[in-house]
Design a protein around this ligand. Structure first.
Ligand SMILES: [Zn+2]
Length: 353
């Protein structure tokens, strides 16, 4: 894609940010189209009346032997709600950055990356604990901005545990990178430091004290601005790659997806990430997708999907796979219409040849 205000050196990363945003947005669309936010279950006949009269449905479920149902209902409802809110903020932030409104772009990252993401991580790390706190304890116990309860150590632990339950989250959080970006104000270029400066004209805290005779960001020169703009594209692609891992893990706990679809999603998104990554060794990701074709060949199988425009079947061959990896669109072999590929795939068909 091309952009009018954004410097060209950021275009590739900007495209990656939009791509990852689109995948999350697609999970939300699937939540609607497949009604994933609500869990269906059968009540016994003599339970119907008391269920319908219950003041709190979750409490009723807990007290009547349906705790598992309550927990999965809670997990999917909270996941999609947090994710929707996350997406609203992130999209506006990315859009502000594209238009050069850098301080606003940073400010808009604070809530989704510090709060929403931490709740998502908690949901993945230990949804039972999250549920118990929110249902039966004081809000102080589940307010993640309450740093007396959510101490640095506890936050670090939640991030570690959540990332270990995802596919690539641990690698993306190497050396606590994901934690440091969001919560470590002593780090030279932590987001925390930038957030405080972008939200307040003067800051007095030792870690980000406004310089004498200065006001935060107001007197910044062009060099400073560009440094902050560059940093946005250093840190956010890494964080969004991580968010995809966390959200995939929760999404897959809600919706059953077969292994080939999961594998394909992972291979494609890691190949795309390898193009923008600055922090971890990614050379192995670029070639991985062609392994899929080898595996298929060995099993004498093929993957197909339906063209949304002409309903003809498109087979995943080398050419189509390359389009998945290097482009943002795939061209239908029958009608030559273009498919947006920025989504979480669940509907590829694996068949014997
Ligand atoms: Zn077509």
């Amino acid at each position: 894609m091309s952009y009018s205000i954004l410097p060209k050196k950021h275009w590739k990363k900007h495209d990656y940010l939009l791509y990852s945003y689109d995948i999350l947005g697609n999970m939300l669309r699937q939540a609607d189209s497949k009604s994933l936010s609500t869990v269906k279950f059968n009540l016994k006949e003599d339970e119907v009346e008391s269920f319908e009269n219950a003041e709190d449905i979750f409490e009723w479920l807990d007290n009547n032997g349906y705790h598992k149902i309550a927990l999965s209902q809670f997990t999917s409802h909270v996941f999609f709600s947090l994710l929707k809110d996350f997406c609203y903020y992130i999209y506006e932030s990315i859009s502000c950055s594209e238009r050069g409104k850098v301080t606003v772009a940073y400010s808009l990252l604070r809530k989704p990356l510090r709060d929403n993401l931490l709740y998502l991580e908690w949901l993945l790390a230990n949804n039972e604990e999250f549920y118990q706190k929110i249902m039966y304890q004081d809000i102080d116990e589940y307010d993640v901005s309450n740093r007396k309860v959510f101490t640095n150590e506890r936050v670090k632990k939640i991030i570690k545990l959540a990332s270990s339950k995802s596919y690539m989250g641990e690698s993306l959080n190497t050396n606590n990178l994901i934690y440091k970006f969001r919560f470590e104000s002593k780090e030279e270029m932590s987001l925390q430091k930038i957030w405080n400066r972008s939200m307040h004209i003067v800051t007095r805290s030792n870690n980000y004290r406004t310089e004498r005779n200065n006001l935060n960001f107001i007197f910044a020169n062009l060099d400073d601005w560009n440094k902050f703009w560059d940093y946005y594209y250093t840190v956010l692609p890494q964080l969004m790659a991580y968010v995809l891992e966390i959200c995939e893990a929760i999404f897959l706990s809600i919706l059953e997806v077969d292994e080939f679809n999961i594998l394909l999603n992972r291979m494609i998104r890691l190949a795309k990430y390898s193009d923008v990554s600055e922090f971890i060794e990614t050379s192995m990701f670029k070639n991985n997708p062609s392994n899929i074709l080898e595996i298929l060949d060995e099993q004498n199988a093929s993957i197909t999907f339906e063209c949304e425009l002409c309903n003809e079947v498109i087979e995943l061959n080398k050419d189509i796979l390359n389009q998945f990896i290097y482009n943002w669109f795939v061209t239908c072999t029958s009608c030559h219409g273009k498919h947006n590929i920025c989504r979480y795939y669940t509907n590829f068909d694996v068949k014997e040849k």
